[in-house]
Design a protein around this ligand. Sequence first.
Ligand code: UDX
Ligand code: UDX
Ligand code: ADP
Length: 482
Amino acid sequence: LPSRVRTICCIGAGYVGGPTCSVIALKCPHIKVIIVDVNPLRIDAWNSEKLPVFEPGLDDVVRRCRGRNLFFSTDIDAGIREADLIFVSVNTPTKTSGVGKGFAADLHYVEACTRRIASVATSSKIIVEKSTVPCRTAASMRTILESNTSETEDGKQITFQILSNPEFLAEGTAIRDLYNPDRVLIGSLDTREGKMAAHALREVYENWVDGSKIYETGLWSSELSKLAANALLAQRISSINSLSAICEATGADVSEVAHACGLDARIGPKFLKASIGFGGSCFQKDILNLVYLSESLGLTEVAAYWHQVILMNEYQKSRFARKVVQTLFNTITMKKVAVLGFAFKKDTGDTREAPAITLCKSFRQEKAFISIYDPKVPREQILLDLTEPGVVDDFEAVRAQVTIAPSPEEACRDAEAVVICTEWDEFAQKAEDEWRGIYATMKKPAFVFDGRGVVDAQTLRKIGFRVHTVGKGPQIIDPIWA
Ligand code: UDX
Ligand code: UDX
Ligand code: ADP
């Protein structure tokens, strides 16, 4: 087994593998990093000036390392052969059919990769699970590798050690998170070889991460910790969102409630921002995984507990959509609704599980015309996200009902309502005069629905807008004082 890592191969050039291994290449100039993918378009993009992933700071990292010790390639087999350590960062979507449909992770990309490694490796390797995977995936990987191993050219047995090293970066802040992680988690088997492999990976991170932040655990703890961390984060959002409903009904202000709670050091201030619901590729998928795992272990109550976090998120999205329709006199049929922001959060072009998708789909069902502006999401991606798969002629129907605007101003022209779905800085920083300009071009009464709590409702009300902010109730004035 390699005791020192000289060459790393990363299988899967996506949101996780790409940024993570680019930063490793930057911080470890003595290590050669090869990122491979089955998708030639993705690899071409990584090798071009326009990277396939928008992430603040990523361009700079790639520019500094590409061609030096960082390479992007479709030659998966060559990458595998050359590497001492292989990161498996392929996608693990939720299964859409078969056993565990809608809950379990589809591991066939992970399995395909594992089989590929077993069949082409000509030397012993450390294999690292980077993708979020259900518990005990490492065990399946080990079984596949051990049942398919061969010998090296000089007749020695090839061995593999499997590590779990989940990635905790958040999109939009990936580079910052990678430079300065809260922790690096390395799970290994509790054997001499397992510990040696963990040590080799620890040495890679120690090129820039303080050793005290690197936490070694068993394989299963590491796998479960990734699901648990995401579940706990999502749970905080569902919790504050559930309180936002109470605030709206009573006149309390969810941002004051969140601030007041967050001042308790045991609770802490982060991740308590009420919203139209969480999105992103991880939270929902990982919780569904946890629910499936609990069910398979016969832990029905545990499954129901975590499932509620997802159900609350769905409720928050549909509650907000209903609010829009109700406020616009119970119908948005043929009305123009402007949607500002489509990405699942700011500073990313990613739309996976974006709450804006759910919202726009319900506006479509209400037969509204939707005009969408997002600074980073490509037009085709938005249209694709809003097209119902398998519905005849929906491709054309979406294009008749949805337009993609080049600016917020264009999106809002002649609209009856503005719906803010993503907390982009440019929406939060919009000047009063700009809002005034938008107001002038809209139908009256002009409504703003702020799903992210980013605009100053008072300023907008002064202009003439009618404003609804998530988690803020109408100011109920006690009749005694009125
Ligand atoms: C609680 C709140 O902490 C306090 O702010 C509020 O004013 C009153 O309610 P208290 O009930 O006195 O205080 O004790 P606390 O330390 O919160 O513990 C409550 C229960 O939770 C105990 O049974 C404790 O054993 C349990 N607990 C606490 C856990 O099981 N795990 C933990 O990590 C913390
Ligand atoms: C998440 C985890 O944060 C990260 O550690 C893990 O590796 C991957 O999943 P990501 O999905 O990229 O990262 O973004 P995150 O910042 O966690 O936001 C997820 C969703 O929650 C977004 O839609 C965001 O808008 C929403 N959110 C976040 C809230 O609604 N309120 C908050 O207070 C925080
Ligand atoms: P994540 O957010 O987990 O990084 P992505 O979907 O962005 O997920 O990236 C996963 C990448 O893995 C995709 O670019 C996909 O083409 C690639 N991939 C999937 N299966 C394989 C495989 N067997 N070999 C190489 N690359 C793969």
